[in-house]
Design a protein around this ligand. Structure first.
Ligand code: F6P
Length: 542
């Protein structure tokens, strides 16, 4: 692949010149000059309709952005990813989450192994297990059926499962209770299990490495909780299953590997909710619901793989983010689902986007001289509107937003859904067009209040619309953002699939724990701030 520095690329330079020309133009002008823009600047795939007309772009911007994508070989790198090439170079790994959702009967051979066959072997085992638990056939140690499922995991081994559970709650088996324990803060475990009975509880210990301190600490507490209540070590066999790539460590912990569901090092943690890490999701929505989820992912994968960039939803969204980050100096992007069930979607996206593209060197190790991944954040609408949207509308920062709406609600109730949805369109409108001084004056506003009520507008947004939230739609939505992240990362020339930055904190925490539990002098090797904090902590701890 070409290693020309990004800022030296002809397409980059052309975009910089183009930005100097149109960067200051207003969306009001763009719409006035081209009234059909809203009909034209849209794309559709896998049940998702994207209106990207309220972005500060012209046809020329799109042409140049797509030119940049081609110069950066987004299509070639995409094809390499789909072929199983080791594009995660710093970890020497393939990046094959797309294989997790390839249909049964298809095949993808990497290093002589058909990974799709491997995937379906695990999916079949998961389905058989899920059916046994859901039907009451799987019994706990005292012979009672399972009524509560607790997923213990963190990061990618938690955020996907908890987000999917919340998102698909409408489709879940309401006879089962689901809980998610991630934080090593004991409160998380204690509150999650307070009203549960060990006799009827199944723990899924989810950890790709089975070496994550938070998860292992919670897993040990879970084991003590079960054995403490049931009075027998043998109970572990009926109340614990594991999801991991590391059979040895699972066995060491004491879980029979017959009750382990595996996956592979070519699945990144933040790309793993559709692997066995999704076991809690499958238990909640059933194997058929999980298959629908995978079908949605796959449909978007195919769209990303086959559609020309000009009509390619993930590519367009990724390129728009590059446009704002690198040419407008945008630091953050908001994602606002107008669907209560998607309340954890922004939190899920934070790991997907920021752990992937929070990088400061290129794949070949050079310090970048441009910004990479923006901060992603968000809350369900309309709650956010009564909180931070003020800053979006009238603050000094430019924050592009994705507004996600649905034609149908899963819980029809009076006028609620139309009221909710009117906000999607109204917010996109207000952000784009604002309110001019003349308009404010014409309303008879007192002169001294006029400047406070003027809304500059020209705030970009994407509106994503779908018919209704379903497992299939959720899969498509997640894959959309996965591939948008891929597109961004490829333009920036970074490795979107490693996460070395989170390792330092883990190492330092392990070194500090003995300082907190010890009674002697704190280590002389510590900096004065950390040493003073530890002394104060010990005093507070008593
Ligand atoms: O937080 C860092 C991280 O490595 C994430 O990438 C990962 O999803 C998480 O820890 C959990 O890791 P594991 O599944 O191995 O416990």
């Amino acid at each position: 692949m070409s290693t020309m520095p990004l800022r030296e690329r002809p397409a980059w330079k052309a975009l910089a010149a183009h930005h100097a020309e149109i960067g200051g133009r207003h969306l009001r002008e763009f719409f006035a000059d081209d009234p059909g823009r809203g009909e034209r600047l849209r794309a559709e795939a896998a049940g998702l309709y994207l209106d990207y007309s309220k972005n500060r772009i012209t046809d020329e911007t799109l042409r140049l952005l797509i030119g940049l994508a081609r110069e950066c070989e987004v299509e070639q790198r995409r094809d390499l990813m789909f072929s199983g090439a080791p594009i995660n170079t710093s970890e020497h790994r393939s990046v094959l989450h797309v294989a997790l959702r390839m249909p049964k009967g298809t095949s993808l051979v990497v290093d002589g192994v058909d990974v799709v066959a491997q995937v379906h072997e695990v999916l079949d085992r998961m389905a058989a297990f899920a059916d046994r638990v859901r039907s009451g056939d799987w019994r706990g140690h005292t012979g009672k059926p399972i009524r509560a499922i607790v997923n213990v995991g963190i990061g990618g081994s938690d955020l996907g499962p908890v987000m999917a559970y919340e998102a698909l709650r409408h489709y879940t088996n309401r006879d089962l209770t689901f809980r998610f324990v991630s934080n090593v803060d004991s409160t998380d475990f204690v509150e999650a299990t307070r009203d549960l009975s060990a006799e009827e509880t199944l723990f899924i210990i989810s950890s790709k490495t089975f070496g994550t301190l938070e998860t292992l600490t919670n897993a040990h507490s879970a084991r003590d909780w079960v054995v403490g209540q049931l009075g027998d070590e043998a109970a572990v066999a009926k109340h614990f299953v594991a999801v991991s790539t590391n059979a040895e460590r699972v066995a060491e912990f004491g879980i029979d590997t017959a009750n382990m569901f595996g996956f592979w090092d070519w699945v990144g943690g933040r790309y793993s909710m559709d692997s066995a890490i999704g076991l809690s999701t499958m238990l909640a929505v059933g194997p058929a619901g999980f298959a629908d989820l995978l079908a949605g992912f796959h449909e978007m994968d195919e769209h990303f793989r086959e559609t020309p960039l000009e009509k390619n939803l993930p590519a367009l969204m990724g390129l728009l983010t590059v446009w704002y980050v690198n040419f407008f100096g945008v630091q953050s992007v908001g994602v606002m689902p107008y669907e209560q069930y998607l309340k954890r979607f922004p939190a899920y996206l934070q790991q997907l986007t920021m752990e992937s593209n929070g990088k400061h060197v290129t794949i070949d190790g050079r310090q970048v001289d441009y910004d990479t991944g923006p901060v992603y954040w968000g809350e369900p609408g309309t709650n956010g509107q009564h909180s931070f949207y003020q800053l979006l509308h009238q603050g000094t920062r430019l924050i592009p937003v994705d507004l996600i709406g649905f034609g149908k609600t899963l819980n029809p109730l009076g006028e609620h859904h139309d009221i909710l949805s009117s906000n999607v369109f109204a917010q996109a409108q207000a952000l784009a067009f604002g309110k001019t001084e003349e308009e404010v004056r014409a309303e008879g506003t007192a002169a001294d209040v006029v400047p406070h009520r003027v809304m500059e507008g020209n705030r970009p947004s994407n509106v994503l619309l779908a018919e209704r939230l379903s497992p299939r739609l959720l899969g498509a939505l997640i894959a959309l953002y996965e591939h948008s992240v891929f597109t961004q990362g490829t333009i920036w020339g970074i490795d979107s699939f490693d996460q070395w930055g989170v390792e330092l904190g883990k190492v330092l925490a392990v070194q500090i724990t003995p300082e907190l539990t010890g009674t002697g002098d704190v280590s002389a090797d510590l900096d004065s701030s950390t040493a003073a904090l530890i002394r104060r902590y010990r005093a507070l701890k008593g």
